[in-house]
Ligand binder design. Structure first.
Ligand SMILES: C[S@@+](CC[C@H](N)C(=O)[O-])C[C@H]1O[C@@H](n2cnc3c(N)ncnc32)[C@H](O)[C@@H]1O
Length: 316
């Protein structure tokens, strides 16, 4: 088989895995999603969920059930936009041979896991991964992905602010997790991450920076515009995905209304917070990512134009 064919095959398999995840999340989230009421980021109030009607206040189903579909449609802001950064930063840690124990601290689906496994496989090694989330649905998606690619992983359900592993990690990584917390809680999160790492361990992540952001919520009109965007993108894919746009519309609306995203105000704030928590910043790249979703119809976590800080911090 030529390398060209191998490339095509890998791409087709990756596409099939994404479609499988979108269908799995859509079908299972109404039953598996559970987001404690008392978390730092109020859960979405899903209006309804097709067929089951099980999702209500306190469920994150309109988030976890839709995110992998948004990813297939190119509408989610995923770790894929930072692929080169993760490959480089995680690859260097994989290559060192001293950073095998990896914690994914919050993950909506298997997206972050894919980048971790890829970086370690590229240097011929396998990480010992734990995927942690408040809700069991991301763990389910991660386990399915891991089985598909022949990797063994652990999953955990818990709050990153209180969850305690039996021993510290060599690497903590995630994507856009800081923004799940209001700015007043960012320093508490950094301190928790420091406690989850051994001295010399690394924090590898990316977060949105926006000095102007004042209101992290989205209006009903904006949610309707987002739902329009999702339904339009889904229409030509209905046969391939087997997901009905009419059922998706209220969930897309709830998804947009339910998610809060709190940008870090400045690079200086980020640096100061990390340093105060016991980190030394080894690398910090400010990168502007152009989005597919227009400003007037985007929500938190959608593929919109934004500035991110991609960074690696060492636990002192
Ligand atoms: C990592 S963030 C951003 C999603 C991201 N774009 C991705 O690629 O996974 C979202 C995830 O964090 C989880 N989460 C929010 N607060 C949390 C907490 N305190 N502890 C653990 N997970 C949390 C949510 O359930 C959600 O799955």
């Amino acid at each position: 088989m030529s390398s060209h064919c191998r490339g095509d095959h890998a791409e087709a398999e990756h596409g099939a895995a994404l479609v499988h995840a979108a269908q799995l999340a859509w079908n299972r989230a109404p039953k598996t999603c559970r987001w404690p009421q008392a978390d730092a980021n109020p859960p979405p109030l899903a209006d309804a969920w097709p067929a089951t009607g099980e999702s209500g206040a306190g469920s994150c189903a309109s988030y976890h059930g839709l995110y992998p579909l948004l990813r297939v449609l190119g509408l989610a802001a995923t770790p894929d936009r930072h692929a080169a950064f993760y490959a480089d930063a995680l690859g260097a840690l994989a290559g060192s041979g001293e950073h095998r124990r990896v914690l994914i601290s919050g993950t909506a689906d298997s997206g972050m896991l894919e980048h971790v496994l890829r970086a370690y496989r590229a240097v011929g090694t396998a990480p010992v991964v734990t995927a942690l989330d408040l809700c069991p649905t991301p763990g389910l998606l991660c386990q399915c992905y891991a089985e598909r690619v022949g990797a063994a992983i652990q999953t955990a359900v818990g709050d990153a602010l209180t969850w305690k592993p039996d021993r510290p990690y060599d690497v903590v990584t995630t994507h856009s997790f800081i923004a799940k917390f209001a700015p007043a809680a960012h320093r508490e999160l950094f301190a928790r991450w420091r406690a989850l790492l051994r001295t010399g361990g690394r924090l590898v992540t990316t977060t949105r920076i926006d000095p102007e952001e004042r209101n992290p919520g989205f209006s009903p009109e904006r949610a309707e515009a987002f739902a329009d965007t999702v339904c339009q993108a889904l229409a030509p894919e209905v046969e391939r995905l087997g997901i009905d746009p009419a059922a998706v519309r209220p969930i897309a609306r709830a998804h947009c209304r339910g998610i809060r995203s709190h940008a870090v105000r400045s690079e200086q704030d980020l640096r100061a917070g990390l340093e105060a928590a016991g980190f030394a910043i080894e690398r910090l790249d400010l990168v502007v990512h152009r989005g597919h979703v227009k400003a007037g119809s985007s929500g938190a976590g959608t593929h919109r134009t934004a500035t991110y800080a991609d960074f690696v911090a060492r636990a002192r």
